[in-house]
Structures are given as structure tokens and as C-alpha cells.
Design a protein around this ligand. Structure first.
Ligand SMILES: [Zn+2]
Length: 86
């Protein structure tokens, strides 16, 4: 089972930090609102994921908890997925 860090600041949004093969990734989903649907006709419903981003981190940026146990070399990177287009 994947290790997940989720703290108070993450309760209201689709945000979570997950361990993936010794790397901690801060994941954020951009969720469609009414306004997004009006602006972009490819979107189908409120609540659908428009974009997802995952950034590797050593600490939780919201509560400061240290996630990487050893002083591993963290090479900054991110993954961006755009679901707003065909
Ligand atoms: Zn936290």
C-alpha cells in the first residue's frame, strides 16, 4: 500500500502527498468549476479533473513535516497532465 501524507491544509482541496518508489510527490488536482465549464467547452461536468500536477518534495509545504528520512539527493522535477483538451 502506498504511503500517503495528508494534513489539515489539504482537507478542502484535492491535494495529497504520496510516496512512490522512495520519492515523495505532492499531487494537486485542478477541479472544474461552473466558470471553467463556461470558458472551455471541452469540459463536461463540474468536479472533473482539468489538470494534475505532481512535484517531488522532501518536506510537506503545508505543515513542515519531514518526509524524506535520509538526506537523499532530491532532484527537483514535476509531472503535468492536462485533461482540458482532446
Ligand atoms: Zn503536511
Amino acid at each position: 500500500m502506498a504511503e500517503v501524507h495528508k494534513c489539515k491544509s489539504m482537507n478542502t482541496e484535492e491535494v495529497w502527498i504520496q510516496n512512490n518508489q522512495d520519492e515523495w510527490l505532492l499531487n494537486i488536482n485542478h477541479i472544474a468549476t461552473e466558470q471553467d465549464l463556461e470558458d472551455n467547452h471541452y469540459l463536461e461536468e463540474v468536479g472533473q479533473t482539468i489538470e494534475h500536477i505532481a512535484v517531488n518534495v522532501s518536506f510537506c509545504p503545508y505543515c513542515g513535516e519531514k518526509l524524506v528520512k535520509m538526506a537523499a539527493n532530491v532532484v527537483p522535477s514535476f509531472i503535468h497532465t492536462d485533461y482540458s483538451k482532446w
